[in-house]
Design a protein around this ligand. Structure first.
Ligand code: PEP
Length: 258
């Protein structure tokens, strides 16, 4: 269990800088009373700089949706950690299922990105999760292990203090299909056990493991009460002020206290 749960909104390829600015301004006003949740906005690259100008006066944080693992160079279309830091970014989503499955990002790239992000003083949100076929063939635990072992290779015990993990079953992302309480509890327990095997009990106990996959205001109370769930990574429901801010309030009211 962590001190404060995390709710991160992944906007994917939605919202212009102006739309994003207005959206964040509205959310900030509605979230003034939220002290017990770490709220993170993850807009497209083009909106980061603009939105930082609002967030720098608040405790709310900014995440990028991707990064390149090289520091600089001839990588047309890519963005470096220095560029993200200069925009006030604190977190970077790495290995999102759309990056893995639509853009074919392999585990070794994901690992290089995790290492680059940590060494730049930023915090990776490492996404892991099984496809429907893998779940049906009882491979979920093995897939989570493979993704964690590969993604965290070379990450030191100290660096683990800055790592966030997001369990996002691929079949539940953007589909309206929600993992059951039993499935979420089991996958979060397995994830924590794998981290304990790779590191130690303390690191496993203190790491934030978020759930992602069709989280909405209607299901967020039961999901945040699942043992081992420390918050959410949200796609669709993070694009509307009402649904995003309602989920954050539900998390603040229902995340179990130690
Ligand atoms: C996501 O994009 O990480 C996600 C979980 O999307 P959605 O909430 O729409 O399923």
């Amino acid at each position: 269990m962590i001190n404060k749960p995390i709710v991160a909104g992944n906007w994917k390829m939605f919202k212009t800088p102006q739309e994003g600015f207005s959206f964040v301004e509205e959310c900030v006003n509605l979230l003034l009373k939220i002290k017990e949740v770490n709220v993170i906005f993850s807009p497209p690259f083009t909106a980061l700089f603009h939105i930082e100008s609002i967030l720098k006066h608040t405790p709310l944080a900014l995440a990028a949706q991707n990064v390149h693992y090289a520091d600089k160079g001839a990588f047309t279309g890519e963005i470096s950690t220095d560029m993200l830091s200069a925009c006030g970014v604190e977190y970077v989503i790495i290995g999102h299922s759309e990056r893995r499955h639509v853009f074919n990002e392999p585990n070794d790239w994901i690992n290089k990105k995790v290492l680059t992000v940590l060494r730049a003083g930023l915090k990776p949100i490492l996404c892991i999760g099984e496809t429907l076929e893998q779940r049906k063939s009882n491979e979920t635990q093995q897939v989570l292990k493979e993704q964690l072992v590969a993604g965290l290779a070379g990450v030191s015990e100290n660096e683990m203090a800055n790592v966030v993990i997001a369990y996002e079953p691929v079949w539940a992302i953007g589909t309206g299909e929600i993992a059951s309480v039993a499935q979420v509890t089991e996958a979060h327990g397995d994830t924590r056990n794998i981290v304990e095997d790779l590191y130690n009990h303390n690191i496993a106990r203190n790491i934030a493991i978020l759930y992602g996959g069709s989280v909405k205001p209607e299901n967020s109370e039961e999901l945040i009460k699942c043992p081992g769930v420390d918050g959410f990574l949200i796609g669709g429901a993070a694009l509307k002020v009402d649904s995003f801010t309602n989920i954050i309030k539900i998390v603040q009211d229902n995340y179990p206290k130690e």
